[in-house]
Ligand binder design. Structure first.
Ligand code: AHQ
Length: 247
């Protein structure tokens, strides 16, 4: 490749990475097919909580790195989406609170989400790799790394379509997080994609952008790998160690 892709070609290249999205992971496939039992679903909710509470901190790190006020004044909405608006005006309790309600609907008490007792090492390392990348990267690379959300609406729609049939024991109100993200993800991606197409223009930059999105796809896939081993294969960390100190 000697000449850069046009914006339309570049966007197509970014979207083609959707073939690696974590909806294709066996764990997610089993979820959509109704093959997870309650404990396995609770494991997913409790582990994804660590990702959810990390997102606003990741976005705050990106804001710290970003000198462009016009970008910041749009990007800051992502923090409010997850943390919720200022308590005084009760805008929304935000995505983290909605995820806690998802957990409670699935039978994971608020306390057990907040104290992160169920978070697997592999999940923690993958999520920490994401926030650490954004913390040290140029803000434009941080923006680019959020673009796995190009594919997220499909994931949310699949859950909203499949959970009521396969997991009727989960109160429908608990699925509000997925409903919220359908619109929030589209709005986030419109902004993130426009910035990426605008700032990654040379051949080298465009290839770098694909590499960054693939890194983030690896983060999401690795999280599910850890959950699959622990909850599907029943091989959580140290499962085979006698008298391991399972805190
Ligand atoms: O609920 C999700 C969310 O708020 C975000 C923010 C965004 C980012 O900044 O990296 N990525 C993301 C994602 C969310 N949900 C995941 C899912 O499968 O429910 C997907 C994930 C993403 O695709 O990056």
């Amino acid at each position: 490749m000697t000449t850069p892709w046009t914006p339309a070609e570049f966007e197509q290249q970014l979207r083609s990475l959707g073939r690696y999205y974590h909806i294709h992971h066996p764990f997610q496939q089993m979820m959509f097919e109704g093959k997870l039992n309650a404990a396995q679903l609770r494991g997913w909710v409790a582990n994804r909580f660590y990702y959810q509470v990390t997102i606003p901190r990741k976005d705050a790190a990106l804001l710290f790195n970003c000198p462009d006020r016009d970008v910041r004044r749009v990007w800051i909405q992502r923090i409010l989406d997850h943390d919720g608006g200022p308590a005084t005006d009760h805008i929304s309790d935000g995505g983290i609170e909605a995820w806690i309600r998802l957990g409670e609907a699935c039978g994971v008490p608020r306390k057990e989400l907040l104290d992160q007792r169920h978070v697997l090492p592999g999940v923690r390392f993958a999520v920490d790799a994401y926030i650490n990348f954004v913390h040290q990267a140029d803000w434009r690379e941080g923006v680019c790394s959020s673009l796995t959300e190009l594919f997220a609406p499909t994931a949310h729609r699949q859950r909203l379509q499949s959970w009521p049939d396969h997991y009727p024991w989960i109160d429908s109100a608990g699925l509000q997080y997925f409903r919220n993200r359908l619109s929030e993800a589209h709005r986030d991606v419109d902004h993130g994609l426009a910035l990426t197409l605008q700032h990654f223009t040379s051949v080298e930059q465009q290839h770098r952008a694909l590499h960054i999105v693939k890194f983030k796809l690896d983060v999401l896939w690795a999280m599910l790998d850890a959950m699959y081993l622990a909850y599907i294969q029943n091989m959580p960390p140290y499962f085979n160690i006698e008298d391991a100190n399972h805190e």
